[in-house]
Structures are given as C-alpha cells and as structure tokens.
Ligand binder design. Structure first.
Ligand SMILES: [Zn+2]
Length: 268
C-alpha cells in the first residue's frame, strides 16, 4: 500500500476546518468535534491523504445528506433512539474508533489487507447510517430482515428497498476513495465494498434478534430507549446489546470480511 505522507500541519489545519464546519452546522457537539479532529489527524499520520479522506468524505457527506428529509426523520428518531440530532462523542467513537485501531495496526505492520479492513469498517458505519437515514426519510415498505413481516420504520432489524439501495451506494463510495488515491485496485475495492455490505446485513440481523428492544407500558410504542413516558420494558434481546454495541460488532464484522476478501485478492 502506498502511503502519501501529509505534512502534519496541513492535516491539522484540514482537521480544524472539518471540525469548525461540523460544529457550525450542528453536526457534532464540541467534545465530539474535538475527538473527530484528533481522529482525522491520526488517520493522516497512519495513512496520509487516503486515511484522511476515508474519514472526512463520508463524514461530510453524512452531514450534507442529513439535511434531506430531516424533519420527518427527526420526529421518528426521537421516539425510537437514545441519541438523535447532533452526534455526540459516543457516536464518533462508535463510528470511527474500530477503523482507527485497525489503521494503526496496519501502519505498524504494513499489511495491505489491514488497510482494506479499516476502510471496510468505515464503509460499513457510513452505509449503515445512510441506510437508516434514507430508510426513515424515504423508505416505503419496511420488513423485519429475519421474519419478513412488516416492521416499524427506523427500528433496528427493519429493512426497506430504499434504505438498502442507499447503503450499497454508500459502501461503494467509501470503498472507492482509496482507488481515487491509487492506494488499492479494483479487486480490493470489490472486496471492501462486499465486506461493508455484509457488515450492514449483520447489523440488521443482530438488530432483529439479540439487540435490546423495549416497549413503553404507557403509550405502547416499540423503542430502543430505556425510557419513554416512563421506564420501558425489555421485550426482546439483551439489555447489554444496545445500538452502539451492535454498531461496533457490525463494523468489525465488515472489517474482518472486507479485510479477508482483500487478503484473498491481494495474496492469492
Ligand atoms: Zn411512551
């Protein structure tokens, strides 16, 4: 894997710009934005312009696309999820942390498949996020991925055609970024994109089975929150496996599969 080195002051300046944009457009809270800046600089140290771009591009795209169908989505999101609107520190770490650790190991081991795995982890996180956003804003019929029964929009485990198309496109966009920087070729691109899409499917399968789902005893809403009108009751899954935990597991699944496929493409 070629590493195009970014001078650290350029990486830092660019990270500060992204951070200011994120706070100005209310995409991130301040602690989250500072953490994102640190991650951006680290990614540039580990993988030059490619590392920086695989973080910055999906992040900015997510912010820009988030404006589409925002109102409709927001109302639903507040009902269903613990976090909504501006993404907090936890969200930044959940979405960016696994990939950064893998990228760090890739930097020290110089294993090309690990760089691919890091991209797959990020592609999975972005694809999953877009699947949710597009599905909630534009999704028509939403079904449970395991039972194919009609499911409530926005709840984990539900899939729609619109959300699925959005997630495949999102995975392909992130997987293609290193190709644009000549960091890897078409075969690795395919490996990374496939791993990411399988990671998103993993997310839905876990979301439909073991992830915590609650019902509000008062208004009867199905939710991922522990509190609605009053304390909600667990009706499915494990209390410990909340959305964040499932997101990390799925991101790692995308990384293992994407990195594994890339290894086959690179070393066979
Ligand atoms: Zn309620």
């Amino acid at each position: 894997m070629t590493i195009d080195v970014i001078p650290i002051y350029i990486a830092t300046a660019a990270a500060v710009v992204v951070t200011v944009v994120a706070v100005a457009f209310r995409l991130l809270t301040l602690p989250a934005a500072i953490t994102a800046a640190v991650i951006l600089v680290a990614s540039a140290v580990f993988w030059g312009y490619t590392g920086f771009a695989v973080y910055a591009i999906p992040f900015l795209l997510n912010g820009a696309l988030g404006a589409i169908g925002k109102k409709k989505r927001k109302e639903r999101e507040q009902k269903l999820h613990e976090h909504s609107g501006r993404r907090g520190l936890k969200q930044v770490l959940v979405n960016g942390g696994p990939a950064l650790i893998i990228m760090c190991i890739a930097f020290f081991t110089r294993l090309d498949a690990l760089y691919a795995a890091a991209v797959a982890a990020l592609a999975e996180a972005f694809a999953d996020s877009e699947a949710g956003d597009f599905g909630m804003a534009f999704g028509g019929k939403t079904v449970n991925i395991l039972t194919f029964k009609s499911a409530e929009k926005g709840l984990s485990g539900g899939v729609s055609a619109e959300g699925s198309v959005a997630s495949v496109i999102a995975a392909a966009i992130v997987a293609a970024i290193p190709v644009a920087f000549n960091a890897y070729d078409g075969a690795v691109f395919g490996a990374v994109a496939a791993g990411a899409v399988l990671g998103v499917i993993t997310d839905s399968v876990l979301g439909a089975s073991v992830q915590a789902l609650y019902r509000c005893p008062e208004c009867k809403t199905l939710t991922e929150k522990k509190f609605c009108c009053r304390r909600t009751q667990l009706i499915r899954g494990s209390e410990r496996l909340n959305n964040d935990a499932v997101n990390i597991i799925s991101s790692l699944a995308g990384a293992v599969l994407g990195g594994g496929f890339a290894a086959l493409a690179l070393y066979l």
